[in-house]
Design a protein around this ligand. Structure first.
Ligand SMILES: Nc1nc2c(ncn2[C@@H]2O[C@H](COP(=O)(O)OP(=O)(O)OP(=O)(O)O)[C@@H](O)[C@H]2O)c(=O)[nH]1
Ligand SMILES: [Mg+2]
Length: 269
């Protein structure tokens, strides 16, 4: 006693605050887990392609999702504002529908007690068809943040999922600064502002192009009674040719991998 300086008292208070925050986050994560499982079950019924929005915390993931949907996703200038990975249906420029999922923000060093729980919420990412990596280009540590995200994605073993990068917050860049030149990014990228909406159209076109590129070619002959599958092909896939034969409709086109099982029984050999 008596030896402690005011600085030490501050550290103790900070420690208590952090402890409280961890307890709070843990509780929230359990709630989120249950809700997420429900979301996922619902989504599996629709079989839409899923784009998971990933990135460092505070990069603007939730703000971007709000901009491209009419969702009211919580966005705040606060670390880990998002714990509940909200999913929204979005109509792409070509008319196809897709699901965008907001995820928890990554950080460099998660407290070890939380890593396991965060892993669980990251299952969303593993199941995605496309990853949209949102980067805050104006952050002085942007390069290190990109690296932290890359490391986390590598740990999740999702390197095979096609990726698009959104270089966000360009409205804050001084005139004449090229965001593409600031950072060394290997993925296909688009400079955007989630607040002004700049670059959003271009981003959506790129995402749709990537979605289409990863469709699987298939030729099927659908009996006329399977009008449901015919509509599904038009809504979710890319129809390249249609021919009406006596036994049914012959379609040549491309479909998302997850829809293939529905059409396989009618595939032309
Ligand atoms: N100026 C500017 N601010 C932005 C932009 N996008 C997001 N922001 C702000 O950045 C802050 C963080 O945005 P969020 O959307 O909550 O970030 P997040 O990536 O969802 O963060 P976590 O959920 O914590 O991982 C908010 O204050 C946003 O208003 C942008 O394009 N321009
Ligand atoms: Mg968020």
């Amino acid at each position: 006693m008596g030896l402690r300086g005011p600085g030490e008292k501050q550290i103790e208070m900070d420690r208590r605050e952090i402890g409280k925050r961890i307890t709070y986050l843990k509780k929230q994560i359990n709630i989120v887990r249950a809700r997420r499982e429900q979301h996922r079950q619902k989504r599996q019924q629709t079989e839409l392609q899923v784009i998971a929005i990933v990135g460092y915390t505070n990069a603007g993931k939730s703000t971007l999702l709000n901009k491209i949907s009419d969702a009211n996703v919580l966005s705040a200038d606060k670390l880990f504002a998002t714990l509940d990975p909200t999913t929204r249906k979005v109509i792409m420029p070509g008319g196809r529908e897709a699901l965008f999922t907001d995820t928890v923000g990554f950080i460099q060093k998660l407290p070890t007690q939380i890593i396991a729980a965060f892993r669980a919420t990251l299952e969303e990412i593993i199941e995605a068809d496309v990853l949209l990596h949102v980067v805050d280009v104006t952050h002085p540590q942007a390069a290190a943040q990109i690296e932290a995200v890359e490391d986390t994605l590598a740990e999740l073993e999702v390197d095979n999922i096609p990726r698009v990068t959104a270089l966000n917050k360009i409205d804050l860049l001084p005139d004449g600064v090229d965001p593409m030149a600031v950072l060394n990014i290997e993925d296909q990228s688009v400079a955007v502002s989630s607040t002004t909406g700049a670059g959003m159209d271009e981003l959506m076109v790129l995402i749709e192009a990537v979605m289409t590129r990863y469709l699987r070619p298939i030729q099927v002959q659908l009996p006329y009674k399977r009008g449901d599958l015919l509509s599904l092909f038009h809504e979710r896939g890319q129809v390249d040719s249609v021919q009406h034969e006596a036994e049914g409709t012959v379609i040549y086109g491309r479909l998302p991998q997850r829809l293939i099982p529905y059409f396989e029984p009618y595939a032309c050999k």
